[in-house]
Design a protein around this ligand. Structure first.
Ligand SMILES: NC(=O)c1ccc[n+]([C@@H]2O[C@H](COP(=O)([O-])OP(=O)(O)OC[C@H]3O[C@@H](n4cnc5c(N)ncnc54)[C@H](OP(=O)(O)O)[C@@H]3O)[C@@H](O)[C@H]2O)c1
Length: 277
């Protein structure tokens, strides 16, 4: 991947970041840009092989000046999250930045989602994000401050066929505002990014249908977003330029959320006006 940044070299020199899901897609773009800007980054997700391949590739890139390392972690498992935060503080002495990017979901009409499927998506995207924030707080940020960025999704007008992730991401949107207030006095800044449809090979491989091809037709921009465009706003949120920004969710979606909807409603008369007698 070609790495570049509009931010100045060494902006994040001496900083330590954790990026969940940092081996692929959006997370990989964030990790590489942070590394390019001098940050040491620990990437964390479930698949150890993916983590190893990504760290090896990124560390070989001469443009990446920070060190990239990895710790396997399923964010749904509290003991693994605790181990992640503890190990990073033990090795690096601190955690300046936490980017909660790891997550996933599947497409399904709401009526067909099993309780198991629902719980899995909520546990990953909502509980997993909460656990990462909470253990980052306990291991380091509660006493020393820090900056958190949550990656959510463009759920503000509902999210047909992905109601589980919409509910989870709405929860994280609110968690972002709540923690911004609860933890302000601890020097913790927390913001969120709501990406539109962002193409990467790994993101596309998550879905059986070609949702990205369909989504392209629904963009005011007539193109999909790139992982690097999400990375840029994340780096801004982690930078001193955003020092007065906390509790905010920024939509990075090319106005997709204002414009169109995946669900097309056929003509029907199932919601008639009430007949007053
Ligand atoms: N691409 C889009 O259009 C889009 C739009 C809105 C929001 N998002 C969100 O943005 C984030 C990044 O997605 P992406 O597009 O870059 O897709 P991706 O390449 O599939 O990235 C998802 C990452 O999350 C990790 N992950 C999944 N479950 C995890 C768990 N339980 N514990 C730890 N890590 C976990 C995966 O790694 P392992 O498999 O190794 O665990 C993977 O690296 C996700 O939360 C996604 O839902 C994406």
């Amino acid at each position: 991947m070609n790495i570049n940044s509009i931010f100045k070299p060494n902006l994040f020199a001496g900083k330590v970041a954790i990026v969940t899901g940092g081996a692929t897609g959006i997370g990989a773009a964030i990790t590489q840009e942070l590394g390019y800007l001098g940050c040491d980054v620990v990437i964390a997700s479930r698949n150890e092989e993916k983590l190893n391949t990504a760290t090896e590739k990124m560390n070989k890139n001469p443009k990446v000046v920070g060190n990239i390392s990895s710790i396997p972690c399923n964010i749904r498992k509290e003991e693994q999250v605790q181990n992640l935060m503890h190990s990073v503080v033990k090795k690096h002495g601190k955690v300046d930045f936490l980017v909660n990017n790891g997550g996933g979901q599947f497409m399904s009409p709401a009526e067909n989602i099993s309780a198991k499927g629902w719980n899995a998506v909520i546990e990953t995207n909502l509980t997993g994000t909460f656990l990462c924030c909470q253990h980052a707080y306990h291991e380091w940020m509660g006493n020393n401050g820090g900056t958190i960025v949550n990656i959510i999704a463009n759920i503000f007008r509902g999210f047909p066929f992905m109601c589980h992730t919409a509910a989870a991401r709405s929860g994280v949107d609110n968690l972002t505002r709540t923690l911004a207030i609860e933890w302000a006095e601890k020097g913790i800044q927390i913001n969120a990014v709501a990406p539109g449809t962002i193409y990467s090979e790994t993101a596309a491989a998550n879905y059986t249908q070609d949702v990205f091809k369909e989504a392209r037709k629904m963009q005011p921009t007539w193109r999909l977003g790139t992982p690097e465009e999400i990375s840029a706003i994340v780096c801004f949120m982690l930078s001193p330029a955003a020092a007065f920004m906390t509790g905010e969710t920024v939509r990075m979606d090319g106005a997709e959320g204002l414009y169109n909807c995946f669900k097309k409603i056929p003509q029907h008369n199932k919601l008639p006006a009430w007949k007053w007698n």
